[in-house]
Design a protein. Structure first.
Length: 208
């Protein structure tokens, strides 16, 4: 998949300089990532790659879906695979809240900059079979893997995604049953899809 560009956005307050992103071209296997902290520039870069006919895999470093347990006592329990870094507490809850606005804003802005229709995917095999498209995934940079900056965290996640390109599904760190997808809601509101079924679909989670 030589025309694949991997992006990752490390979600956080733009005002407090806690947002960073990385871009990695798969065709340049020995090259590193280009990085930045400007969210508007990130949207332009993604749209530019999609308009040029590249396929894009975009990750967000924040929880993109939450589990729905049968037992109400377990509704705020960690997703299977999160360990002691639950989505509902501490850094997980903070990034989830910030991600609610930033994921939508980015998807909406990219959509507005496209020159032609681009399909979006949560399923890797479908994305791989398509000749164009946007694949969306969640990056999970745990505390032990945190780097020196938000751009470095985004780069680490993008590099991890590239390492598993032969079978990205094998990287999946979270195995939910029933979920509510915050990403699905953002995709619908930003016009990427009208399929309400995506509200109940998880996405690939790549843990660094």
């Amino acid at each position: 998949m030589t025309n694949l560009i991997i992006y990752c956005a490390d979600i956080g307050s733009v005002k407090r300089n806690n947002f960073g992103w990385a871009r990695l071209s798969v065709s340049e296997e020995t090259g590193g990532c280009s990085t930045g902290s400007d969210m508007a520039q990130l949207a332009k870069e993604i749209a530019g790659d999609l308009n040029a006919g590249n396929r894009v895999a975009l990750g967000f470093e924040c929880p993109l879906f939450v589990p729905i347990a049968d037992n109400p006592i377990e509704l705020t329990a960690p997703r299977l695979g999160e360990g002691n870094r639950p989505w509902s507490a501490g850094a997980g809850a903070a990034s989830l809240a910030t991600g609610l606005t930033q994921t939508f804003w980015l998807l909406d802005r990219v959509q507005s900059l496209l020159k032609h229709e681009v399909p979006c995917f949560l399923n890797w095999s479908q994305f791989k079979s398509a000749d164009k498209g946007l694949f969306l995934w969640e990056a999970f940079v745990s505390s032990d893997s945190k780097k020196n900056s938000h751009c470095d965290d985004a780069e680490a996640a993008a590099l991890k995604f590239r390492e598993g390109l032969e079978d990205p599904e094998a990287l999946n760190a979270i195995t939910p049953k029933k979920v509510r997808s915050l990403l699905g809601a953002a995709l619908i509101q930003s016009g990427w899809t009208a399929d309400i079924g995506c509200l109940g679909k998880p996405c690939l989670v790549v843990r660094v």
